[in-house]
Structure formats: structure tokens, C-alpha cells
Design a protein around this ligand. Structure first.
Ligand SMILES: *[C@@H]1O[C@H](CO)[C@@H](O)[C@H](O)[C@H]1NC(C)=O
Length: 527
């Protein structure tokens, strides 16, 4: 009798023990990824997938179709991309000065973000999901700050995912220090340590970001925010922005630069890279397996389509590649192929990460998008870069500086330079050795990027937004952050004290002069 009740209570405790954590652990999480780039989507959706595999119920809303085929989440496609071919063609073939491109790009991006929010699928989704439907939202960041109003709508914590190292806009969200005296800003493309002139350049670049881009960003976001989150129902955008729990940055300090991060800025560099590659499609696997002499993977990324590049240029690339003694895997629409050769296979979409993991791949010809460079670094494959736009030229510069490969100028590229670059990187072992060494360093971490992402999202869930982790810097303006108000105050006090002191001196001086003058008059009189 006694034993049985003991057993019952034991089982009861056991059941509680087993079922309780499950209950609290499985959260409803929304991944809102309205950015128009497949490579960004791959990064954000990797976080969603990691959370799904950790037992959470994850829903992903995205403008980009679900290219993360095995992702463990419910996928809803917002089919509204206004990202036209003309835009990309213009950007790569008629490069413009950065400041012009910035405002052009920003207004395009914001229009897209607006269309996403107003899209019938999105509005239907909001109608069907009332307050408290979600325990947490992860936003793919692409300037789309007005979307953060969704957290106020669902009354839940906000986590932001960013594709590269933190830049001004992201730092601003969680009060992460800019430290322009030694941390290069995004626009400066400098490398640590900064020389004096480098610091001057970095200072000016930071001024440009702070005084031009930041107001532009705020203006654009405020313009759209009230359309969807009216003042009688929702707090201001500013309030929503000061309520962000965590920012994930797809960066790792081993890549440099070294910078301080507040607790709410968490590095998950390389989360899109699988620790164990998926099996390759059979035909691709055969092509690479048979490349006993080595294989070259050629891809200009997900944004650029074959139709964006002039025919003469692709013909020239083909002429060089088809004569090489290597197998080539070329990410290109086959219908647009510049020619056919036994050593070349074309595919419009390729599992890049799994391909770079193949031991026979000896070289990656890339547009130097951040995602591609990181995958190359992870797998230790040297690069020939052909940067096109955005942060790609800066990434390519970094590839050269670190010795991971060489870079070519897309606009003026000729056959000879193209061939020489390929031969140089393949025949000179220094590139392969350097990047293989870095690969070891990059992988050396206490937890994998996916484990880190899951831990911190669950931490935010457990602590209901983890308000205690927020830096007070979020509530300070630039003057206060730099203590300029304090310096101003102290200088004023000092000035006043000196003034009083000077006046006092004058007074004492005058008095004693007056006295001595009086004395002398007296003495004169006496005389
Ligand atoms: C702020 O975040 C908390 C959870 O961290 C959430 O409940 C609340 O609705 C959010 N408020 C706004 C204005 O976003």
C-alpha cells in the first residue's frame, strides 16, 4: 500500500518533470522576413529552422520563396516582390556614387516594405492572428523599422536578425557603442588598426551615416508607420524601437573588426552554414566527384540573373572557363548559357554551401556577397572576387587584404586578367593555405551559431523580453552618449568659477589699490 502510493507520487513527479519543461519550452514564434534577397532569407530562415528543430512552433512570412527547402517551419509566401530586373541591371552596369545609390536604394526598399505590409496575404494574416498569437517575433532587418509595430500588435518581445556585422542602424537599436576611433564604420571600408588618417576618414564616414542616412531612414519609416499602426491604438515608432530585446548579427569576431558588444548584441556568424552538408543532387555530385584535377564553382549570387550581364562579357567568361583543365559548376540560367562545353555544368539554383563543402572544389569565383565569402571561409576555399554593388567591393578588398584570394573589376574585366587571376589563385598555394587556416579559427567556438541562436531566443522568452539586459544607452542621444552635455556643463562651471575668481581678484586689487591710494593721499596730507 505504502509502496504503491510512493510509486504513484514518484510517477506523478516524473510526469510533471518531463512534461513541464516541454510546456514552457514550446513557444509560438513568428519570423517576419520581408527583405527581397534570397541570401538574406537563407540567413534569417536558418534561425527559424534552428528554433523549429528545438521544438518551437515557428511561422515564417517572407517575400522571397522558401529556398530553405528543409527548413522546419510553417511557410507563408507574400508574393509581392517589386524588386525589378531593371534595378539590378542598373546597379551593376552603371555604378553610381554611394550617396546617390543610398537614397535611391532606400526609397526602393521602403516602397517594397510598404507593399509587403499592405499586401492582402499580410493583412489577412493579421486579421486571423489576434493579440498574443505569438510569444516572440524575429524580424529580418532591411531598413524596415516601421514593421516593428507588429510587436506592439502581438504584444510580444522583438528580436532582430541582420545579415552582416552591426552597423549604425543596428547599434542604435540596442545602444551598442559605435567607437569610431577604432571600429571602422560600414561606409569607410577601413581595416583595423586605424592610422590617424584612417581615423579622420572613419570620423567623416560616421558623420555622413549619422547626419544623412539616419535622418533619411527615420523619415522614411515614420512615413509608413502610422499607416499601419494608427496613433489611437499603437505607441509611437520611437517607443517601439526602444523596446527591442535582442539583435543577432551574422558576424564573428575572428573575421574582424574587434568591437565591444552590449549583451543584447549577439554574434551568430555563419548560422546559414550546415555543420554537416546535405547530400548533393546526383548529377552535381557526379560532376564534382569526377573532377580529379579539381573543380571551380562560379556564382555571382542570387540577385544577379544571367539577363543582367551583357552577352559579350559572359561569352568572354565562357571562352576562358571552357579551356581550363578543371570541371566548372556555373550558377547561370541554362537557357542563357553563353556556350556549351564538356567541363561546364549550368544550373539556375545551386546548394552553394553543400558544393563548397565538396573536397574537389578548389576555387570559388564569387561576387563577394557577405554570405558567399563566409561560406568560402568556413569551408576553406580560396576566391576570385568580381564584386558588383553594395558591400561587395568592401568584402572583396578584405579578401585581398587577408590573403584569401584576388579581386577583379567587373566593368573593365578582360579575358587575360580573368584567366590570370584563376591560375594565380589555383597554382599559388598561399591562398588555399591561408583560408584553410582561417577555417579552423572560424569554427573554434564554445557553441555552434545555431545553438547560440536557440539559447538566446529561449532566454528572451523565459525572461519575458529580458528588459534587464537592455543598455541604458538606448535612452541617450548622441550628445549624452559622448558626454558632450557633461563636458559642456563642467566647462561652464569652470568658466563661471574663473570669472568669479577674476572678478574677486579685481575687487581685492581695486580695494587694496584704493586703500593704498587712500593711504598715499593720507600720507601726502600728513606730509
Ligand atoms: C515591448 O515588449 C514587451 C515584451 O518584451 C511587449 O509585451 C510589449 O508589447 C512591447 N511594447 C511595445 C510598445 O512594443
Amino acid at each position: 500500500m505504502f509502496n504503491r502510493s510512493l510509486l504513484v507520487s514518484f510517477v506523478f513527479i516524473l510526469v510533471q518533470f518531463v512534461s513541464l519543461p516541454n510546456e514552457t519550452n514550446s513557444a509560438n514564434i513568428l519570423g517576419f522576413f520581408p527583405g527581397p534577397s534570397k541570401s538574406h532569407f537563407l540567413i534569417h530562415s536558418s534561425i527559424a529552422d534552428a528554433l523549429g528543430r528545438a521544438g518551437h512552433n515557428v511561422t515564417v512570412l517572407s517575400v522571397v520563396p522558401n529556398v530553405n527547402k528543409n527548413g522546419k517551419y510553417n511557410f507563408i509566401h507574400i508574393n509581392s516582390s517589386t524588386y525589378t530586373d531593371d534595378f539590378a541591371t542598373e546597379m551593376i552596369n552603371n555604378p553610381q556614387p554611394a550617396y546617390k545609390l543610398m537614397s535611391h536604394m532606400l526609397s526602393n526598399i521602403m516602397e517594397m516594405a510598404n507593399e509587403t505590409m499592405g499586401h492582402p496575404t499580410m493583412q489577412e494574416f493579421l486579421k486571423n492572428h489576434k493579440k498574443s498569437s505569438f510569444d516572440l517575433i524575429i524580424y529580418g532587418y532591411f531598413m524596415n523599422e516601421f514593421h516593428f509595430g507588429l510587436s506592439a500588435h502581438f504584444d510580444c518581445p522583438t528580436v532582430v536578425s541582420f545579415m552582416i556585422q552591426p552597423m549604425l542602424f543596428l547599434n542604435d537599436l540596442v545602444g551598442n557603442p559605435e567607437q569610431i576611433s577604432y571600429v571602422p564604420t560600414m561606409l569607410s571600408s577601413l581595416k583595423q588598426p586605424l592610422t590617424f588618417l584612417g581615423r579622420v576618414q572613419n570620423f567623416l564616414a560616421s558623420m555622413l551615416e549619422n547626419s544623412l542616412m539616419m535622418p533619411l531612414l527615420n523619415y522614411e519609416n515614420n512615413k509608413y508607420y502610422r499607416t499601419y499602426f494608427p496613433a489611437d491604438q499603437y505607441p509611437s515608432l520611437d517607443e517601439v524601437k526602444k523596446n527591442i530585446s535582442l539583435v543577432f548579427t551574422n558576424h564573428h569576431f575572428s573575421q574582424g573588426p574587434i568591437r565591444p558588444n552590449v549583451p543584447a548584441m549577439v554574434e551568430i556568424g555563419g548560422i546559414q552554414i550546415k555543420e554537416k552538408p546535405d547530400p548533393l543532387p546526383v548529377d552535381i555530385k557526379q560532376h564534382l566527384d569526377s573532377a580529379t584535377n579539381g573543380a571551380i564553382f562560379f556564382s555571382l549570387g542570387s540577385t544577379v540573373k544571367s539577363s543582367h550581364v551583357p552577352k559579350e562579357k559572359t561569352k568572354m567568361w565562357f571562352n576562358v572557363l571552357s579551356k581550363l583543365p578543371y570541371k566548372i559548376l556555373w550558377k547561370w540560367e541554362e537557357a542563357d548559357a553563353p556556350g556549351f562545353s564538356e567541363n561546364i555544368v549550368y544550373r539556375s539554383w545551386l546548394p552553394q554551401d553543400d558544393i563548397l563543402a565538396h573536397p574537389n572544389v578548389k576555387l570559388f569565383i564569387t561576387h563577394a556577397g557577405q554570405g558567399s565569402v563566409v561560406e568560402s571561409q568556413f569551408h576553406g576555399v580560396p576566391m576570385v572576387c568580381i564584386p558588383l554593388f553594395g558591400d561587395q567591393p568592401a568584402n572583396a578588398l578584405n579578401v585581398i587584404r587577408e590573403g584569401y584570394g584576388v579581386s577583379l573589376d567587373y566593368i573593365n574585366l578582360n579575358a587575360e586578367d580573368f584567366k590570370n587571376a584563376i591560375v594565380e589563385v589555383l597554382d599559388n598555394p598561399k591562398y588555399t593555405n591561408t583560408i584553410k587556416q582561417f577555417s579552423v579559427l572560424y569554427r573554434d567556438r564554445p557553441m555552434s551559431a545555431r545553438q547560440v541562436a536557440v539559447f538566446w531566443v529561449e532566454y528572451i522568452l523565459r525572461h519575458k523580453g529580458a528588459k534587464h539586459m537592455q543598455s541604458p544607452a538606448v535612452f541617450l542621444n548622441n550628445w549624452q552618449l559622448l558626454s558632450l552635455d557633461v563636458i559642456g556643463f563642467l566647462l561652464t562651471v569652470l568658466f563661471v568659477v574663473i570669472l568669479i575668481f577674476v572678478e574677486l581678484c579685481k575687487l581685492i586689487c581695486c580695494r587694496s589699490k584704493g586703500k593704498s591710494a587712500g593711504k598715499s593721499i593720507k600720507t601726502k596730507k600728513n606730509n
